[in-house]
Design a protein around this ligand. Structure first.
Ligand code: GLN
Length: 385
């Protein structure tokens, strides 16, 4: 029998998705894999039904249905402050997962180095390896998850061709300040590197923090490949609608990679999503208020249970410190938590290159009633502290 490719030895299966299987095995409330347990806006669901009735069953243009790209360019013009051309600056992909892979394969040659902040969303290591490149991890130091500019500089000095920036960050909940982004931008310019962003949580940011788009900083549009999706903003993770935004030069390359990876994202869903992209601005204010209430509900239980954590500034994840529980590592703890307490979380070590095993990640993209039930279960932890 032929053996499978060597590259498979350099990354593991997704631990996040494994934890969903563990949650199902024990019937635990699933606060591991981050997706909502509430429905998308009803107007969006109705638009999807209509798109099927209206006959959108065949391929859209490979780099995205025209209506979708026009609506997205208008929306992002407002948020990013950039004048985007729907034909030249956008590629619609199957979720941000594909967008990140497309960005990486467009920007990076085999043998290149790519900077990834750690803790990181687990796809980035795999994306880098699948592109034939080598990740260089730069730590974000807890509890605030700030980076040390000297450590970042020495990573750039190793000859990095790109840096991956998840902002707001999964799993750290960090929102990079404008000043931090400027430090990264200055180094990207000095060392002539791309910045590949994952900004899927761009609209989930808690007061007083503000999201700044890397591509909007001076002279950064040409070297930033912005990736995002509709999954989180409109609660449609299963629709797999994402996109790359970049300069015309980069997008020409990205169109080719995307075409041969997947041809295109689901055509009726792209038509339907125009409805969401045209939502008025108060949709985003309500979204922020909703997630703030969910964050505050969940953290009130963590406080009552006596657990320590870093308060998220954005996104919908929270890293909780489990060092107070004796003789356990994060993997054992998560399995035990799902089985005995009935709540599933993700071991922090799966997001980290450093030997960290005292953190676990919960997500709180859940209805208040689900969060209350999970919170009540977590209160049982008090007796083990
Ligand atoms: N982004 C979500 C998370 O971090 C979902 C991951 C996935 O399964 N694609 O949990």
């Amino acid at each position: 029998m032929p053996s499978t490719a060597d590259r498979l030895d350099f990354f593991t299966e997704s631990v996040i998705r494994e934890m969903t299987r563990v949650a199902n095995e024990y019937g635990a409330l699933n606060l591991s894999q981050g997706f909502p347990d509430f429905d998308p806006p009803v107007e969006l669901v109705n638009a999807a039904k209509k798109a099927l009735d209206d006959g959108y069953h065949q391929y859209a243009i490979t780099w995205g249905a025209e209506n979708f790209r026009k609506a997205l360019a208008e929306k992002q013009k407002h948020w990013m402050g950039l004048d985007l051309d729907p034909d030249e600056n956008i590629v619609v992909t199957c979720g941000s997962t594909e967008a990140m892979m497309v960005a990486m394969m467009t920007a990076v040659n085999p043998g290149d180095k790519v900077i990834v902040f750690s803790p990181f969303y687990e796809n980035y290591g795999a994306d880098t390896i699948l592109s034939g490149a080598d990740p260089i991890y730069v730590p974000l130091h807890p509890p605030d998850f700030n980076f040390d500019p000297d450590e970042l500089k020495s990573a750039f000095e190793k000859g990095a061709r790109a840096l991956v920036l998840c902002n707001p960050s999964n799993p750290a909940g960090k929102v990079f300040s404008k000043e931090e982004l400027e430090i990264i931008a200055d180094m990207a310019k000095e060392y002539d590197a791309f910045v590949i962003t994952d900004e899927v949580y761009e609209h989930i940011v808690y007061e007083p923090f503000k999201h700044t788009y890397m591509a909007s900083l001076p002279d950064m549009f040409e070297r930033t490949i912005s990736c995002s999706s509709l999954s989180k903003t409109y609660a449609v993770t299963g629709w797999r609608l994402g996109y790359v935004i970049a300069s015309a030069d980069v997008v020409n390359g990205a169109k080719k990679v995307h075409d041969f990876l997947t041809v295109g994202a689901a055509s009726p869903l792209q038509e339907a999503a125009v409805t969401a992209l045209n939502f008025p601005l108060d949709y985003y204010e309500k979204l922020q208020a909703k997630y703030t209430a969910m964050r505050d509900c969940f953290t009130s239980y963590l406080n009552e249970a006596g657990l320590s954590y870093t308060m998220p500034q954005g996104a919908y994840y929270i890293l909780v410190d489990i060092s107070a529980f004796k003789n356990t590592d994060d993997k054992q703890f998560c399995r035990w938590l799902a089985k005995e307490i009935g709540v599933a979380a993700v071991p922090g070590s799966s997001f980290s290159k450093e030997p960290v095993n005292h953190l676990v990640r919960f997500h709180f993209a859940k209805q208040i009633s689900t969060l209350k039930e999970a919170g009540e279960r977590l209160l049982k932890l008090k007796k083990y502290l």
